[in-house]
Design a protein around this ligand. Structure first.
Ligand code: TNX
Length: 535
């Protein structure tokens, strides 16, 4: 019934009936969790869930000597007891408690049926400390309200890190006071590519979060025990910044915010002033995001412009570097030093391994499982973001009526089969470097929250189980629990993908998809293998 599957679940006789007279009392240290439960359940029960008197049926929240994210939940006919190692554990226990209720408990209105919870005893503790989702709001902007809704959905699945991809070639989404043109110019593009045959939609797209919006998102997430790791991608994926401040680029000419997808050639130049500029950006970013981890991207930086640039070549000579790859590595190190001095840890995509890296850096490994294996063996902490297992922008089936398909098929069952510890590392002491995993919602082809729902659910539920639950997999058991879970998602209003019947999905009929060509895909994987194995 519960997703992700708890470590231990035991059904017991009888049930607890939640109604408007139910009381709630909590250890003062768990006040926020109690407030969250009251705000979620109040509209459903019609009651206030205040601390009760003797004899009143009560939900009791308390602390116990358990690991911080662990909890113990006892549901009995006469009362509910939730004990946890910390507020985080209590929050996860409260999520489980909610899942013991009927789907009507996920609506924001009084339930018309009695809210019966089957008596049970649950013990739970996550397998990994880092349970993330990457949300790309750069390719397509997502409103603040939709981001908050997504955070709630993450919390429901016991995920605890939002990797917030805030900047890319196609849009700059975070207000930086010192450089207002980043959002004035960089947050809008003239139009967007819609499929893979060169068609454009002919209408502007944009949006950004003010610093107050960001503070709100961070605080909202924190109350749900989710930390927000911002990503300011560099030195590639920066065309929107270069459009706003052409002096950051290599060409010295005015270019626009990018309107097409794929890896862009317009990358930052290597001037001191440019590095200073981005450090100034990070000064503001660090003020907004208390996370100890800050992502500087580092992925997909084509070196063409550096090869052609006299000043980049001068820099290579001055620093005695071998080539442009070492220049990229030097670039990342500037930000590694900057972040380390400020007590933060750099996170970067696995390309940052090429050319050497400071040991405190965390590698977000995305290129098949190769990146994760290489990073862990090199002694770096790893976030496993294996694209072939957990990139939820990839198509879900070969059906003709799927939305514009992208890359290879990644079905619900494929995601469920993922293990954050790559097969090659099992039994290897380097496996301890795997902090956890992150699923990816990249939005080149996902232009609305409805579409995010369709791509993320229910695959995100399968992903959540891979990071929270024990490594053993039982697909039949997962799928039977998922049936109950889909009823909850429906009650919330999540437009998840259904496996049968017509796919309710066609925002843009007639956009041809690019068929996933297995040979082309294999060629990409082969080139990564060559790069990662022999850097
Ligand atoms: C690769 S993941 C990218 C993203 C794309 C994604 C599409 C990574 C470091 N780079 O820029 O959006 O593939 O699946």
């Amino acid at each position: 019934m519960i997703v992700p599957k708890p470590a231990h679940y035991e059904a017991r006789p009888g049930c607890f009936v939640l109604d408007r007279r139910t009381a709630l009392s909590a250890d003062p240290a768990l006040g926020d969790v109690a407030a969250w439960l009251r705000s979620e359940l109040g509209p459903v029960t019609g009651g206030e869930l205040l601390p009760g008197g003797p004899g009143q049926e009560t939900i009791t929240l308390g602390l116990a000597d358990l690991p911080p994210e662990a909890y113990r939940l006892t549901v009995a006919p006469g009362g509910i007891t939730l004990e946890a190692g910390s507020a985080a554990g209590a929050f996860y226990g409260a999520q489980t408690l909610r899942q013991l209720m009927p789907p009507a408990a996920f609506r924001r209105a009084a339930a018309s049926e009695p809210l019966e919870l089957p008596a049970a005893y649950v013990e739970d503790n996550p397998r990994f400390a880092w349970r993330g989702a990457i949300l790309d709001v750069a390719r397509h902007f997502m409103t603040k309200a939709d981001v908050l809704r997504f955070i709630d959905l993450m919390a429901m699945h016991k995920l605890n890190v939002l990797h917030f991809h805030l900047t890319d070639d196609q849009g700059w989404r975070i207000e930086i006071k010192r450089y207002p043109r980043l959002t004035e110019i960089g947050s809008w593009r003239e139009e967007s590519q819609v499929g893979w045959d060169g068609a454009m939609d002919g209408r502007p797209h944009g949006g950004f979060y003010t610093q107050d919006d960001i503070r709100e998102i961070v605080a909202y997430a924190a109350r749900r025990h989710i930390s927000v790791v911002p990503e300011i991608d560099l030195p590639g994926h920066t065309q929107s910044a270069i459009a706003a401040y052409p002096e950051l680029g290599n060409l010295g000419v005015q270019i626009g915010v990018r309107t097409t997808w794929g890896v862009g050639v317009n990358v930052l130049n290597v001037e001191d002033a440019t590095i200073e500029f981005f450090k100034n950006i990070f000064d503001e970013v660090l003020e907004l995001f208390p996370s100890p981890y800050i992502c500087v991207g580092g992925d997909e930086c084509p070196k063409d412009q550096w090869r052609a640039s006299p000043s980049a070549q001068r820099r290579i000579a001055e620093l005695g570097l071998r080539d442009e790859d070492e220049l990229q590595s030097w670039y990342i190190r500037q930000f590694d030093d900057y972040l380390t001095e400020r007590g933060r840890r750099l996170v970067g995509w696995d390309e940052i391994l090429e050319g050497g890296l400071a040991s405190g850096a965390v590698v977000a490994a995305w290129r098949a499982e190769l990146g994760a294996v290489a990073a862990a063996r090199a002694g770096h902490d790893v976030l496993n973001c294996t694209n072939t297992s957990v990139y939820l922008d990839y198509r879900q089936s070969r059906r003709e009526d799927e939305p514009t398909p992208f890359r290879t098929v990644l079905s619900l069952d494929d995601v469920y089969a993922f293990d954050p510890v790559p097969a090659e590392l099992r039994g290897d002491p380097a496996a301890k470097h795997v902090l956890g995993a992150q699923c990816g919602i990249w939005t080149e082809l996902i232009d609305s929250t409805r579409h995010v729902d369709y791509m993320a659910f229910p695959r995100l539920a399968a992903f959540a189980e891979t990071v929270w639950s024990a490594p053993e997999r039982d697909l039949t058991d997962f799928r039977s629990r998922l049936d109950a879970h889909l009823a909850r998602l429906s009650a919330i209003g999540v437009e998840y993908r259904r496996e049968s019947g017509p796919l309710p999905w066609q925002t843009r009929p007639g956009v041809p998809g690019k068929p996933a060509d297995p040979l082309e895909w294999q060629a990409i994987l082969d080139s990564w293998t060559a790069n990662i194995r022999n850097p």
